[in-house]
Design a protein around this ligand. Sequence first.
Ligand code: DAT
Ligand code: MG
Length: 153
Amino acid sequence: ADRERTFVMVKPDGVQRGLIGEVVGRLEDRGLKMVGGKFMQIDQDLAEDHYGEHEGKPFFEGLVDFITSGPVFAMVWEGQDAIRQVRRMMGETDPAESAPGTIRGDFGLDLGRNVIHGSDHEDEGSNEREIGLFFDEDELVDWEQADETWLYE
Ligand code: DAT
Ligand code: MG
């Protein structure tokens, strides 16, 4: 699989519950590399763009309200097969259906409060789209991880 970038975000519930470090630590431990990070408040327009695929669904308004309800920590992570591997680490959309050991399975109970967002590997190009919504090109950093030669063959 290719080295690729994915958009990841600790949602307002995760920020309020002090889980930024937990999420970042898990992604670091896995060997993924952070190339962008921003602690920020999402406004209505950005929320509606980011979740545009869900417009018209019954939960859309509540979702936009929730994601704008407090600060988030938005990030870009890079690595081999990163989009899918982050999704696997997140668990299922519903924390109640997520296996223990996954982020949602370890830190959530309710569908609408699931701690983390990650780009969807089944929605091709959603990673680039989401990265572009949240970050300017000059906010992403190209750097070499010291342990890269020990992570990759
Ligand atoms: P994911 O976040 O796993 O990519 P998604 O893109 O289908 O899931 O939905 C985005 C968010 O919307 C999800 O994290 C939680 C919320 N959501 C999804 N389906 C929902 C539903 N049926 N009822 C309430 N909230 C829902
Ligand atoms: Mg999704």
